[in-house]
Design a protein around this ligand. Structure first.
Ligand code: NAD
Ligand code: IPM
Ligand code: MN
Length: 349
């Protein structure tokens, strides 16, 4: 079996709780996956910052570069100023490891309850390709005359032809390999005319290479509405970093809740390890209570397995999750570990 060096970053809040279940399931499938995982756990997050002032030190970043993949729980804690860990740890990892594709499936599994009326599992089955290294996330900008009545805060959106083209290309490739072959650009080109126009021109240019893919465009405000009242409009969605963040929380809500939403921060060129994590955060409101749903992390493990080429193992875990979800309604409330145990058992048995 092929040896895989897996970095694990449990992080803050419910991060360690859900990662433990993700690893439990990975351990259950590993023997039949053709992969042998060598895991290294990294102590990063709020506790490390309080102890040392570090978020993601250079030396740790270099170690991460040498790994084959990363599994992350969540970062962020009320005891740390907002942004310190989010920017210093999570975004730094995404940027430095060139995770220019943030892949976020929005898929309603059979038997899962959705707040939408009258939808079927076919209506809610899309994949959001969120740009991961540019847009308003780069940190370009600053503050002038802070604390005065004349304070000016700017936060610029950076969009490069190179960055937009590579993520749009990836999205076309995804669309070309799905049955419906439809790609929707979500942006706000009626107001963000510079960035929106760049995305539009790149979409048009790359579309010429994918005549089999239908393209569509939707302003982000309308997209939030259509996610709720016509989710079947969407197959593959490509969008900028911030819009992608926002619409994938809506996506999570329509597909059964934030506890089910998985993601992959992908470096498609393989120049650095990709990083898999649930879409949700550290959920300080339920941390330490064994209430967090680990399913999003387990489905992120599915994405990790697919990324590593272990498709059979991925399908096996996915099937176990689908079976568990189908029977959930009748189960009453289960703890984080009970859900992880049930899915791991289905994987082994
Ligand atoms: P959140 O996703 O942590 O929580 C939002 C709501 O969803 C909360 O009510 C929470 O209890 C619930 N929830 C989240 N995950 C759940 C799960 N697995 N099972 C059941 N319920 C779950 O978002 P927030 O409250 O906006 O942010 C909290 C902290 O997390 C902040 O510090 C934020 O910056 C950080 N954050 C980190 C990530 C990440 O690490 N990728 C993502 C989002 C937010
Ligand atoms: C997410 C989170 C992050 C983001 C934050 C914590 C930086 O909300 O992974 O969705 O905005 O990308
Ligand atoms: Mn988010």
């Amino acid at each position: 079996s092929r040896s895989i060096h897996l970095a694990v970053i449990p992080g803050d809040g419910i991060g360690p709780e859900v990662v433990a279940e993700g690893l439990k399931v990975l351990d259950a499938v590993a023997p039949s996956s053709g992969l042998a995982f060598e895991r290294t756990s990294y102590d990063l997050g709020a506790a490390r910052w309080h102890r040392t002032g570090e978020t993601l030190p250079d030396s740790v970043l270099e170690e991460l570069r040498g790994q084959d993949a990363i599994l992350l729980g969540a970062v962020g804690d009320p005891s740390v100023p907002s942004g310190v860990l989010e920017r210093g740890l999570l975004l730094r990892a995404r940027f430095e490891l060139d995770h220019y594709v943030n892949l976020r499936p929005v898929k309603l599994f059979p038997g899962v309850s959705t707040p939408l009326a009258g939808v079927t599992t076919e209506d809610v089955d899309m994949i959001v390709v969120r740009e991961g290294t540019e847009g308003p996330y780069t940190g370009v900008g600053g503050v002038l005359r802070k604390g005065t009545p004349h304070e000016v805060a700017t936060q610029e959106s950076v969009n490069t032809a190179f960055g937009v083209e590579r993520v749009v290309r990836y999205a076309f490739e995804q669309a070309a390999n799905r049955p419906r072959r439809k790609l929707t650009l979500v942006h706000k080109d009626n107001v963000l005319t510079f960035a929106g126009d760049l995305y539009q021109r790149v979409l048009k240019k790359v579309a010429a290479e994918y005549p089999q893919v239908t393209t569509d465009y939707c302003h982000v405000d309308a997209a939030t509405m259509f996610f709720v009242n016509q989710p079947g409009r969407f197959d593959v969605v490509v969008t900028d970093n911030l819009f992608g963040d926002i619409i994938t929380d809506i996506g999570a809500a329509i597909a059964g809740g934030i506890g089910l939403a998985a993601s992959g921060n992908v470096n498609p060129d393989g120049t650095a390890p990709s990083m898999f994590e649930p879409v949700h955060g550290s959920a300080p409101d339920i941390a330490g209570q064994g209430k967090a749903d680990p399913t999003a992390t387990i489905l992120s493990v599915v994405m990790l397995l697919d990324h590593l080429g272990a498709a059979e193992a991925a399908r096996r875990v996915e099937r176990a999750v689908a079976e568990d979800l189908a029977e959930r309604a009748g189960q009453g409330a289960r703890s984080t570990a009970q859900i992880g145990d049930a899915i791991a058992k289905r994987v082994s048995g």
